[in-house]
Every structure is written in C-alpha cells, then in structure tokens.
Design a protein around this ligand. Structure first.
Ligand SMILES: C[S@@+](CC[C@H](N)C(=O)[O-])C[C@H]1O[C@@H](n2cnc3c(N)ncnc32)[C@H](O)[C@@H]1O
Length: 412
C-alpha cells in the first residue's frame, strides 16, 4: 500500500485485518469514485459506498494482492463485477454452505434453517442470506454496492443453491433495515408471504419469511432452544417464564419438556404466532401455556410485588445498545432486568440470560450478572455460556460481528 493514503489510526486497524474504512480515514479522496462500486484500494478489494460514513468494506480475505489485476481497478457495472468476481463468489458460497451445514449437524427430523451468508463475517459485506427449509432464501440487502450488484449476485446465489439442493430457491428480498438510510437507500416494505410450517429441533414451527423481526426467525438461538430444554429436564423444572419470547423459540421447547410456561412479549403479533406454533404440536398440552402482552420490566416488577416464582426464567431482550455512547445506560438496563429475574427465581432455579450486542463484552455481562446476584443475595454457577453458532461466527479481527451471548446459570 502507498504510504499516507489512510490515517495512521486506520492503518493500525487495517493491519489487524479489520474490514472497514470510514470516510474520514481515507486521506487521499481523489482515489475514490462517486458511485457505488467495487474498487481496488490499499492492496485489497472493497465495496465502496459513496454516501455512507463506512465508506469502504473489504471484499474477500484479508490478503494483500488478492484478485489483483493492474488493468482492472474498479467496477460500477454489475455485469463487469460478475465477470470478474463470479467464479470466486460461486466457489466461496458453495464452500460456505457445505461447511455450515456440516457444522450445524441437522438431524433427520428438522428442516435446514441457517444463515448462509453473514455479511462481513462471510467476506461479502452488506449481504445477508438465510435459508429456511432448503427452498426459501430470505436476503437482506444492506448497502449501496450490494444493491448495485444485486442482479448478478442473485443469479450466482440462485445457481449455487440449485446446484446444491437440486431445486431453484424462492428468493425473498428484504429492504427494511434502517442502516440502508445511511447508504442513501430506501426502506421498502416486503411482499406479503404466506406462513409455512417448518421443523425446528423436531418441533413444528410456523415460519413467516421476512416477517418483522430478523428475516423471520432467530436462527442464532436454535442450539440454545435445545439446550434450554435439556437443562429444564435435567433439573426437573416445573414452570418457566419466557421473557421477550417472540414467537416462542424457548417457550415451545420448554412446553415440549412438560413445563408450564408463561410467555411475555410486547408484540401481540409475535404472541399470536406463538399460540399457533403451540397448536401445531399435538404433544404439547396447550393448557400449559399462558401468554402476556406486556413490557418485560413492568411485568417482572409486578411478579416481584406478588411474590410469584418460577423454576426457570429466560431473558432474551432486544439489544439495549446501538452505539458505544449507550453502553452505560444499557448496562443499567441489563442489570435491572437480571435483578428482577433473580428476585423471582425459585431456590434453586435456572436463569438463561441472553444479550445481543457487540458493545457488551463477555466480561462486562458477567459483571452485570454478578451485580444482580449480589443485589438479591443469590449465588450462581455458570453451567454454560454460548456465543454465536457456527453459521453466525464472527470473522477474525471483526469484533462488531461478535454479538451474541447466552448464559445458562444454576442459581442458589
Ligand atoms: C431477541 S427477540 C426474542 C427471540 C426469542 N427468544 C427466540 O428465541 O425466538 C426479542 C423480543 O423482545 C420483544 N421486546 C422488545 N422490547 C420488549 C419489552 N420492553 N418488553 C417485552 N418484550 C419486548 C420483541 O418484541 C422481541 O419479540
């Protein structure tokens, strides 16, 4: 790389393999185009977003000179981009698919549901592709270059999928993420798609592709849903509260283990689907489910006042923090939520406490749990702490991709 084209601070991140360069980190802006593109800059290929403060996002591995061609240094045309990168993308997508399917170890009684391509973490920034049931792909288009090249990317993804599964995918395109606004892109409501049943850890699950949260389901919690069931059975829990339940990922598994479950969420639509999910599983006693449309903090505070207790509590709230400045207030919120849960747990009890934000480190969250335990005079043993599953693994050197923690605590 030529000296001085990025700032010294950016250079340190760049050397450590970080895949972003911000607008103010590029010293010589003359080198940059004014349209969404793929460009060769600082010895790497990047997606270039002219309107975003995240101006450059690295394509492919952190390898100086990768795919270098002195005559070809930028693409704005999708066909030209496809002609140059198509072969690598096809091979990369196929390798990623095979590796993730093998790592996730699906059993015969479940549908294949996984995050196939996870943006920077899978070396194609701005693109998220989730597979639901080996025929539906829900794609999130997050950045301007991905929009510009989508026509070609769609063809490559579709071909790789068809070669692998021997059938063409139904592709659902999602343009709803707010990050699109920073790229100068519109937010567009998705087409309405009929819900369809899927097998999730052996249970029936009504899945609505591209419904309001994530791409339709929390694929990243699949292993933790299973682990919750195992532990509830191991410790003979009789009742559970699933706080921030969404459509019942944890509830369904706990009900299947024979527990009485109260699912709490502020979204009536999510709770409606949860009830439908339960009805799809004849082995579950529907009378064991109670749903409460409520704010998690208010509902738990009311349980403390009423001295109600549960053997198992799941806390799986949305992220409380979107930027570094919000960390202190988020820590306060997480501490309050966990303190309320500790106050309501039977002795002994199980707490499953999840956090999804790369701004909260594992050490910081352990401290949150310790503070909540101290405030309520409880002690806990960490039985398990799981980070992202194999299909959501962060790329090396990309801390922003490391977002999920699920703590499983045995509380005395
Ligand atoms: C991360 S999702 C839960 C995913 C779910 N546990 C699963 O495994 O499928 C977070 C949920 O919290 C709900 N939520 C957000 N804020 C809330 C609040 N203050 N009180 C109750 N629910 C809330 C959202 O509607 C969403 O369904």
């Amino acid at each position: 790389m030529k000296k001085g084209i990025i700032t010294p601070r950016a250079f340190a991140h760049f050397k450590a393999g970080h895949p972003w360069l911000r607008a103010d980190e590029v010293v010589d802006r003359k080198l940059l185009p004014n349209r969404p593109s793929a460009i060769y800059f600082a010895d790497r290929w990047w997606f270039y977003s002219p309107e975003s403060y995240l101006r450059l996002r690295r394509i492919g591995p952190d390898q100086a000179g990768w795919m270098k061609n002195p005559r070809l240094e930028r693409f704005t045309n999708a066909d030209h981009f496809g002609a140059y990168f198509g072969q690598w993308l096809s091979a990369h997508f196929e390798e990623t698919l095979q590796r993730k399917i093998a790592a996730l170890n699906f059993s015969k009684d479940e549908d294949l549901c996984l995050r196939w391509i996870f943006s920077e973490n899978d070396l194609v920034p701005g693109l998220i592709v989730d597979i639901f049931g080996a025929d539906i792909l829900v794609v999130q288009l997050l950045t301007a270059p991905i929009e510009s090249f989508w026509f070609v990317l769609r063809k490559i993804i579709s071909n790789v999928f068809e070669a692998h599964f021997k059938r063409p995918p139904k592709i659902v395109e999602l343009r709803t993420a707010t990050v699109r606004k920073r790229e100068g892109l519109e937010i567009i409501e998705p087409e309405a798609i009929e819900p369809r049943p899927l097998k999730w850890n052996g249970l029936n699950w009504l899945f609505t592709p591209a419904s309001s949260q994530k791409t339709g389901a929390y694929l990243d919690q699949r292993e933790n849903h299973r682990r919750a069931r195992e532990l509830a059975e191991k410790f003979a829990c009789r009742n559970a509260w699933d706080i921030c339940s969404y459509q019942g990922g944890f509830s369904l598994h706990l009900l299947a283990a024979g527990l009485k479950v109260t699912a709490v969420d502020q979204s009536a639509a999510a709770l409606d689907v949860l009830a439908k999910n339960v009805a799809l599983n004849p082995q579950i006693d529907r009378a064991h489910l109670t749903v409460e449309k409520a704010d998690a903090f208010e509902w738990l505070t009311a349980q403390v006042a009423a001295k109600n207790q549960a053997d198992l509590i799941v806390l799986d709230p949305p992220s409380f923090v979107k930027s570094r400045e919000g960390v202190a207030s988020a820590i306060k919120g997480y501490t309050e939520l966990n303190t309320l849960a500790f106050q309501c747990l039977a002795r002994p009890g199980l707490l499953i406490s999840c956090v999804c934000s790369h701004h909260i480190s594992t050490a910081a969250y352990k401290e949150v749990l310790a503070r909540a335990a101290k405030a309520t005079d409880r002690k806990f043993e960490v039985i398990d702490m799981k980070e992202a599953p194999p299909d959501h693994q962060p790329a090396l050197g990309f801390n922003e991709g490391r977002y999920l923690q699920s703590w499983f605590l045995r509380v005395e």
